[in-house]
Structures are given as C-alpha cells and as structure tokens.
Design a protein around this ligand. Structure first.
Ligand code: ASC
Length: 129
C-alpha cells in the first residue's frame, strides 16, 4: 500500500500530528486552558476518532529504529500486542466522540483521560524515548 518504507513513515507521522493537534484542543478544554465549547469538542473528537484508524497500517516491517520517537522492534515482534494497544485507542477515541456529543464537561474530561492513557500506554511500550 506504500511505494516506499519512507512513505509509510511519513504517512503515520502525519496522521499522529493531525490526531495530536485535535486531541490537544480537547485537552485544552478538559484542563480549563480554554473555555469549554461542546460543539468544538465534538468536532475535534470526531476527527480524533477517524484519524485513530489510520496510522497502524503504516507500521510496515523494517520501519523501526533506535532514535527517540521511532517505533521499537517489539512493534513487530509483538504485533498482536501492538494491534491491541491500537485498538484500545480506537475504542476510547470512539467513546470520546460520544462523550463530546453529550455536551458535558465532566464527561469530556473523563473520556479525555481514558483516551490519553491509551496514547501513553502505547508510547511506554512501543516507542523509543
Ligand atoms: C496528547 C498527545 C499525546 C498524548 C499523551 C498522553 O495530547 O499528543 O501523545 O496526549 O501525551 O499521555
């Protein structure tokens, strides 16, 4: 699906950048740095939930490394575990989108925290730091 391994790397980085941008806008509301706006939260959460589906097909074999931020070799040696971690994000992001539609800051905060934990779990296990 990708012509070159570098294309897959570029694609997944782009997806994570877009996802983090929109997730960060929700975080700003969840953390009280910007005023809560339910419609904006819902729009951002929809994007996060959709983009969360994209990066994982771009973790093609041979695109790991040792540099900070790059995937560790266990992405491929423990692929089922990695895919499970990806699925956890997708599940929580879908719940975040539902919570955001409820137009309730407490629900948004809870769902934001649950989603952020799935980001961190994957980083802790599969990303070089
Ligand atoms: C973010 C972001 C991440 C996660 C992570 C959660 O906003 O860009 O990678 O949350 O920091 O622990």
């Amino acid at each position: 699906q990708f012509q070159k391994p570098e294309d897959a790397v570029k694609y997944r980085k782009a997806a994570f950048t877009v996802m983090a941008t929109h997730f960060g806008r929700i975080g700003a509301m969840a953390q009280g740095r910007v005023p809560f706006d339910g419609a904006a939260a819902a729009a951002n959460a929809e994007i996060v939930a959709e983009i969360a589906k994209l990066p994982y097909m771009a973790f093609v074999e041979g695109t790991g490394g040792n540099e900070k931020g790059s995937p560790k070799a266990n992405v491929w040696s423990e692929r089922a575990k990695f895919d499970e971690a990806a699925k956890n994000l997708q599940t929580e992001a879908a719940k975040l989108a539902l919570a955001a539609k409820a137009n309730n800051l407490d629900q948004l905060k809870a769902a934001f925290g649950n989603t952020a934990r799935t980001c961190k779990a994957c980083h802790d296990n599969f990303r070089n730091d």
